[in-house]
Structure formats: C-alpha cells, structure tokens
Design a protein around this ligand. Structure first.
Ligand SMILES: O=C(O)C(=O)C[C@@H](O)[C@H](O)[C@H](O)COP(=O)(O)O
Length: 381
C-alpha cells in the first residue's frame, strides 16, 4: 500500500444503501471521500469516545485522517493496532483488542471503530460484541472485500485451530462508511481478491449482474463510477438477503457460495496469506461450486466454464492446482469441511447452482461424492 491521494479532492456524493433490520437498521454510505464525514456521522450516534481498531498498515497510512475527523467532531479517540493478515484473527489478538478497548474506558454508549479490511472488521466487531456484553461499533472498511462483504451483515469472529470463523457472534454495526478512494492504494492482489466477492452476488441470484461484471469487470479495477457502482450493487444484494435472514437460518447461507471449499483451503494453507488470501480461496471455491454442480448434473457445463473464464480473465485463481506450495489433499479438505458451520447432524451442506444466478442451499451432500470430485480436480491437467 502506498500513501493515499486526498479523497476530498475527488469526492463524490455518497450512495446510501439501507440495511433494514428493525431496531438494528443502519446505513452503508459509499463514495469517494466519505472518510471525511466520519466525525459528523459518528457524532450523530452520540458517543463520547471512539476506540479505533486497525492494522499496522492501514493505521500508518490513514489513522491520522480518521482520528482528526473524529476529534474535530469532539470525540475522544484511542487506537489499537494488530499486524495485517489473517493470523490476527486469533484468541491472543482478540484478548489484546478487548483489553485495549477496556483500557481506553470505552463505555456501552461509545463506539468501537473497525478501520481496515475483513480481518480487522471481524476481530473488532467480535470484541465490540462481547466487551461490557456489547458496545456499538462502526465499520470503516478499507479493502474491496470488506466494502462489498465482510463489513455488512454483522458476522464477526476469529479463527480456531479447528477452522475459520468458528468462534464469533452476530453483532450488527451501527453504520458502515465505505470510502472507495481508499481502494486506490490497495495492492493489486488484495483488490483482485475482493473482486471474487463482487462476482459472487451475480452468481447467487443476479445473472444480469454477472453479465455486467463480464462487460465491466476491468473498469471496476480503476477508480471511477463502475467501481462505486459495483460496491453499491454488492452491498444492496447483501443487505436484501441479510434483512430477510439475519441469523442464517435459511436464505443467508447463499452468501456462503464457494465458502465451504474456500474455508477448507485456507485451513489447509494454515491461513498463510503468502499462499492464499481469503478472496483467492473464494474465487477457487466459486469455480469449484459450479464444477461440482455440473458434475452432479445440476448446472450446464457452459455456465461453469463461464465462471472460471471470468475469474481467470481478471487474474484470479480458479483451480486447486492454482494454490502455490502443494500440500492440499482431498483428505485434508474433507477433514476441514467437517467443521463447517453449515454442517447438520454430521452431513455437509453446500451452496450449489442450477446455473449462473440460480444458486440454492443443498443439504445432506455425501462426503464421498465431494472427495471423489476433489480427487478428480487435483489430478494434473
Ligand atoms: O455474510 C455472510 O453470511 C457470508 O457468508 C459472507 C461470507 O462471504 C463471509 O466470508 C462470511 O464471513 C463467512 O461466514 P461464515 O459463517 O462461513 O464464517
């Protein structure tokens, strides 16, 4: 990440996506320069103080701008940072963050501000969910992945040696501020990884949006209206599903398309971001979900090919062989899938597809069928 341009120089009016959840409803404000609104937007929530939780990279580049905005609005601020990367979603970092929030005397009426990517959002959100049995929090996502997915919907948590996101809580933010100017300085690999989650929304239930991604995908990679539109459409798609099924008793599981494979891959890679970051694992998971659906006779082969082709076109991985460093085996993936949160009475649940935009929740999938599929996929091509 390099030093950021001044978001205010090219500020655009914010697009606002609402997440209607009764008394837990909130707005997602999306646009270039919305970080400058942080002070007034958070002051409107009437806290006295804000505990900013960030990672070392984001804090170095942007924490002073955020703190200045908050302090300019009369809010007391404190800052705790964790190392960038998935290993920070650990019990040890979680304890450190909770204690820093307490040391800053953050009260229930105050705010925890998650300022970073998905790791920071999940970690800070979980700390906010449990410190003093629940403090309000605001998401200020700084990566594409966090802006289109993890900052919205209230899933918070950390990883366990048993698997990804296995310890956590549902805790909705009170506000999401997605400043798309912050994406200008995101490393290309991180941006690409987040794009997998954008594509996911088209694949779940919006074939027209997948067509749009095929036509405009490369433009999303540069600052401009297509990028902001992609963030807004993604947030609206997620908000619609979350508002109908906040706690994933049914339809929300669709948002997990590709994730049973992805989480197993991340565990097999020991959360080593030099090999695989979450969005890359999701890209492989999306392609696998479509090829597995094809194998089961559910999905036309040309749709599975289209999915993989679009992911490859933007430089994302789409096959198990794309994971560097080897050591991924069908056995290790099946073992990890046994801890998936969608498992019911020991049986696997997958999100499968009858075609692009036609995903559905499939329960009771035989582990043997998945093992055979993975073994086939792992054969050198
Ligand atoms: O918000 C959801 O629901 C999702 O499943 C979105 C996922 O993209 C996201 O990665 C989520 O954190 C995964 O949730 P998990 O329950 O599988 O840990």
């Amino acid at each position: 990440m390099t030093a950021s341009p001044s978001p205010a120089r090219s500020a655009t009016p914010a697009r606002v996506v609402k997440v209607p959840l009764g008394e837990r409803s909130y707005d997602i404000r999306i646009g270039r320069g919305v970080l400058a609104e942080a002070g007034s937007a958070m002051a409107a929530l009437k806290p006295a103080a804000c505990a900013i939780v960030s990672d070392e990279t984001v804090a170095r580049l942007h924490a002073s701008a955020l703190a200045a905005s908050l302090e300019g609005a009369g809010l007391r601020t404190s800052l705790v940072t964790v190392p960038a990367g998935e290993p920070s979603k650990s019990y040890a970092r979680f304890a450190e963050v909770c204690d820093s929030i307490l040391a800053a005397r953050i009260e229930r009426g105050d705010l925890v501000v998650a300022f970073g990517g998905g790791v920071v959002g999940d970690l800070a959100g979980f700390a906010a969910a449990v410190v003093r049995r629940g403090v309000r929090f605001v998401q200020v996502p700084t990566t594409l992945l966090a802006q289109v997915d993890s900052s919205v919907g209230g899933k918070t948590g950390i990883n366990s040696p048993h698997g990804k996101n296995l310890v956590g809580a549902f805790h909705q933010p009170s506000l999401v501020l997605a400043d798309t100017a912050l994406l200008d300085t995101l490393p290309a690999r991180e941006f690409r990884a987040g794009y997998a989650e954008v594509v996911k929304y088209g694949l779940i239930n919006d074939a027209g949006f997948f067509d749009w991604c095929e036509a405009n995908g490369t433009r999303v990679f540069a600052p401009g209206d297509e990028r902001d539109q992609a963030v807004a459409v993604s947030c609206a798609a997620k908000a619609a599903i979350v508002s109908r099924d906040e706690r994933e008793t049914g339809e929300r599981a669709l948002l997990n398309l590709g994730h049973t494979f992805a989480h197993a891959l991340e565990r097999a890679c020991r959360y080593d971001g030099s090999r695989l970051v979450h969005g890359e694992a999701v890209a492989i998971g999306l392609a696998l979900a479509f090829r597995f659906s094809q194998r089961l006779g559910l999905c036309p082969g040309q749709d599975a090919v289209r999915v993989a082709r679009h992911l490859q076109a933007v430089g994302l991985p789409s096959r198990l062989q794309d994971v560097p460093g080897g050591a991924v085996t069908a056995d290790s993936l099946i073992d990890a899938m046994g801890q998936d949160k969608k498992v019911e009475r020991g049986a696997l649940t997958f999100i499968l597809a009858r075609g692009i935009g036609k995903s559905f929740v499939a329960k009771g999938i035989e582990a043997g069928a998945v093992h055979d599929f993975l073994t086939e996929e792992l054969k050198p091509s």
